[in-house]
Design a protein around this ligand. Sequence first.
Ligand code: NDP
Length: 268
Amino acid sequence: SAEEIKANEAALDKFKMSMFSLKGKVAIITGGNTGLGQGYSVALAEAGADIFIATHGQEGWEDTRKMIEKRGQRVEFMQCDLTQDGVAQKVIDTALEKFGHIDILINNAGMIKRNPLLESKDEDWKNVIAINLTAVYHLSMAAAKVFAKQKHGKIINIGSMLSFQGGKFIPSYTASKHGVAGLTKAFASEMGAYNVQVNAIAPGYIKTANTAPIRADKARNQEILSRIPAGHWGAPHELMGVAVFLASEAADYVNGCIMPVDGGYLVR
Ligand code: NDP
């Protein structure tokens, strides 16, 4: 129809300026200094965003800072334990104080504890749920209040293939990542009315320090490789495009989606 042609032409005009541009945006990325998080931080900076990284340790800070500043973007770090009471609100308040506004939140920080179910400890359950799920809830709540008021914002949660399926020896991780999928859908269904999109990325097997113990087990590694149609482990840079897309206005009508980036693992 004429109306569709007009809307498509307008959208294509935006392509010229790049629908994926994050110029003028500020992104908060938890754990954005290492592994997958570092990839998201530098990719969003390349797309034009300034970056606020809230994280535990100082590993990777200098490399991450250099990569972001090289792209002409500003980066600030906040060292914190995201599982402590009140810290989520403090992250949002500090980012607002430093940058004046916030537009994107990537809930990336997480951990895994591997143990056979019958040997699992309550403490592991508590710690894994605290960072992988409860901190995601608190950070999303604090950001959602700001985003609802300004009538725009993007929340990107980091799920996993364990958001969809079960896995041996990681009961707390599996439960937490299923929880992340549920949280994403719950937030999406209410925040859409405020022009706030809430989506999740579900990475497959990605080479980071976190997954080194799996690769060290030759038989297990072989079994995994045989189930990945792409035939190789993913790398943090292979998640960059999806992160930038979901953070950009190109994804304004994408909401409540849990997007696998797994070399096809889930369909095998
Ligand atoms: P990393 O361990 O490299 O990154 C996690 C980051 O989160 C670290 O910088 C860590 O800091 C930080 N962090 C953990 N707990 C806290 C806390 N309480 N407060 C503040 N920061 C914290 O792991 P990956 O890059 O591999 O994983 C990143 C995300 O991607 C996680 O959510 C993970 O579950 C998910 N994922 C990873 C996959 C993979 O194959 N690698 C597959 C699917 C999902 P510190 O090290 O100092 O504790």
